[in-house]
Design a protein around this ligand. Sequence first.
Ligand code: SAH
Length: 318
Amino acid sequence: MGAIRAVSSEEFDDSRFEQSRLRMVQEQLLTRGIADERVLAAMRRVPRHLFVDEMARPAAYEDEPLPIGSGQTISQPYMVARMTELLELESDSRVLEVGTGSGYQAAVLAEIAGEVWTVERHGALAERARRVLARLGHRNVHVETGDGSLGLPHHSPFDAIVVTAASPGVPPSLTDQLAPGGRLVIPVGGQGTQRLRLIRRDPNGLQETDVLGCRFVPLIGAHGHPSGEVRRLRVLVEGRVQGVWFRESTREEAERRGVRGWVRNLADGRVEAVFEGEPAGVDALVRWVRRGPERALVTEVTVSSEAPQGEQGFRVTG
Ligand code: SAH
């Protein structure tokens, strides 16, 4: 089912923008071989200018990606059309999008498919997309906040999954959530340029096709790229924690999680440590410290944050 068009005031769709939109479809999509009528119709309908910042509106129908805040971008119209076409959507398809951004791609999907789930890791972007999509009357789109590299297992299987951020590989969590015959479209590669890949789940397994070169912002998450954020915490541990392999075990656990820093015994019987690294890794190490190694008895753990210092490796001292 397409969207229910609740509103059609000039605020939403003045004719100036409609002219540019029809020209965009003609000049950027038809000439480059987009042929699926449903995709072309959706691209003619969805008011792209409402998904970009007010200042970027005049450029909304240009042949380029545009900034949408939080360091993210809305893809070039051709890329949106091409990815949508590769998904081979039907009016009853269940679709997952990873990387909601502005919500524009989700609106295009919702014009064609039955039900669309879209996941965004930035809460502010998700909220804004939710508002625009609701204003436009798209009732078949559900915007969720979280790490979309894990998919949405409780809503799977999906007939089509589209990832609109660059992934270091093809996340098994996503191929696992494809229905038989389902299609996954995903840009794979590092932070510069990537290759757009189409993966189809057929009875003989997963069939992969290389489509074209592309450039997306990174997919950040469990099956994506590391966030590049650094968390540094100071941890004080009380209990029976000295002379029970506490420091050595902490070093091993830290190294296993790629966490840097140091650990030492204090004169008053406590253990002090500083952990620095990827937030998820540091948090997991703190959770481990609360239990401690086999022979330890942890009674209290105090955690405070410290300014990043640029630790190297993990040292046991004192
Ligand atoms: N499809 C969007 C453009 C997406 S830009 C549109 O039509 O406007 C890529 C988006 O992916 C960014 O908003 C980024 O925050 C988001 N993102 C990156 N990693 C993510 C993850 N693991 N889960 C969900 N969203 C993610």
